[in-house]
Design a protein around this ligand. Structure first.
Ligand SMILES: [Zn+2]
Ligand SMILES: [Zn+2]
Length: 418
């Protein structure tokens, strides 16, 4: 798992914290195959237990370089280095007459500390006031160094602008515009950005940041992702090489429709279509697809009149459902699950189980993962198999699952992601 930690300075409103979390989720939605590998956490100074020590504790510290980093507070305590936003901000405002935060110093301090701790966390310094700039006319909204970015709530007072900047800086964290790719522009001051001429512009562009909120809203209203395909591809490449991430297909039970997700590429349904067309052909069944639907929506109708329904809102988020020959709702068969496992394997992915799936559905999916050839498919959020769970299953599935588990017992499930 990879942690995204949003560390807020005192005085940041709950609304702003929520906007930050929403923006982080929106960023991750562009990479559904990896999104379950991330957790988003909030950190606030007021809930930190080790943020300051008393004068007596401070006096007892050995006189070394570490002690020099403690900062005295107005209430007579000492701030512990690298713990609170208060401490980071104190370092980033040191020696300045206007008490404005030096964004570069703030971000670099945190980024260097993460590196020193061998941490793979991503930390966002969410600060209240504006950052210092060379001239009062300029505004600095956010800045990324290594695995940290800092963002100013006051500079991004408009919520859309705040989210747009948050998503932009997240793109920098994952090397969206690395120097090896096409369509980039490098500026000594602003760094490397995207110059893909997509319309509206990609949020990784370097033009006027005031317009970013506009581009963000326009892209959203057109059903496009915040980033262009070049940036998305570059981030995918970066994520594929991150050891904490596992690529997965998320599988849910077909119920109401899945939410529609933005897509830049109109051809995103191609692989699913080809896969289920070949499944239908292999078994001598009929393939039907509603090509006008925004989500991928298809049916494999069997000769006895029963059918398998497949819905997907991207290549990595699939819902399966079935009806029996009389049209009544049914759980997809083990064979259907085994086909889905083959699809996940074709995408070099593991399997992530949807939250609300019924036990019979999950048990069949689990058997298919355990019995995958040549090696079991890596699973996430799969149910805990205990007596309570087993008693909810049909006799056949219960026995089969027990068998599959005992065969696989003591066999480590190898890493199959990426
Ligand atoms: Zn940038
Ligand atoms: Zn781009």
């Amino acid at each position: 798992m990879k942690r995204i930690i949003i560390h807020s300075q005192n005085g940041i409103s709950p609304l702003m914290k929520k906007a930050a979390e929403d923006a982080a989720r929106e960023f991750l939605e562009m990479f559904p195959e990896y999104k379950n590998s991330f957790t988003i956490e909030h950190r606030d100074d007021e809930h930190l237990t080790h943020k300051k020590i008393s004068q007596a504790e401070y006096d007892a510290l050995p006189d070394d370089n570490y002690k020099k980093l403690f900062v005295k507070t107005a209430d007579g305590h000492w701030l512990v280095p690298y713990e609170s936003m208060e401490w980071f901000v104190s370092q980033a405002t040191e020696g300045s007459a206007d008490k404005k935060i030096d964004a570069d110093k703030l971000t670099r301090l945190r980024s260097d500390y993460l590196k020193e701790q061998n941490s793979s966390d991503i930390v966002i310094n969410l600060v209240k006031e504006k950052f210092r700039t060379d001239t009062p006319k300029e505004t600095l909204y956010g800045l990324t160094i290594g695995n940290c970015f800092s963002i100013s709530a006051e500079a991004c007072a408009d919520e859309d602008l705040f989210k747009a900047i948050f998503i932009h800086e997240s793109g920098h964290i994952f090397n969206a515009t690395h120097s090896g790719r096409a369509n980039i522009i490098e500026d000594a001051k602003k760094g490397v950005h995207c110059k893909n001429p997509s319309d509206p512009l990609c949020l990784m562009g370097d033009d006027n940041y005031d317009l970013l909120a506009q581009e963000y809203k326009q892209r959203r209203s057109l059903g496009k992702s915040p980033f262009c395909n070049d940036c998305i591809a570059a981030i995918r490449e970066c994520m594929a090489n991150m050891p904490d991430l596992t690529k997965e297909v998320i599988t849910e039970e077909f119920s109401l429709s899945l939410p529609v997700e933005p897509h830049n590429d109109k051809e995103w349904k191609r692989d699913l279509r080809a896969f289920y067309q070949s499944v239908a052909q292999r078994d001598g069944f009929t393939y039907k697809e509603d090509r006008r639907a925004e989500n991928y929506l298809a049916k494999v109708v069997r000769t006895d009149g029963s059918s398998l329904s497949i819905e997907a809102n991207n290549e990595y988020h699939v819902a399966l459902g079935a009806t029996d020959k009389d049209g009544a709702e049914d759980t997809p068969s083990l064979k259907d699950m085994k086909d889905l496992v083959k699809y996940a394997q074709s995408k070099n992915s593991g399997m992530s189980f949807g939250k609300d799936n019924n036990p019979e559905f999950n048990a069949r999916l689990m058997i298919a993962c355990l019995e995958a050839k040549p090696i079991p498919l890596k699973m996430r959020n799969n149910p805990k198999v205990d007596d309570v769970f087993l008693n909810k299953l049909s006799l056949e599935t219960r026995n089969h699952l027990k068998r599959a588990l005992s065969t696989r017992q003591n066999v480590p499930i190898p890493y199959r992601g990426r």
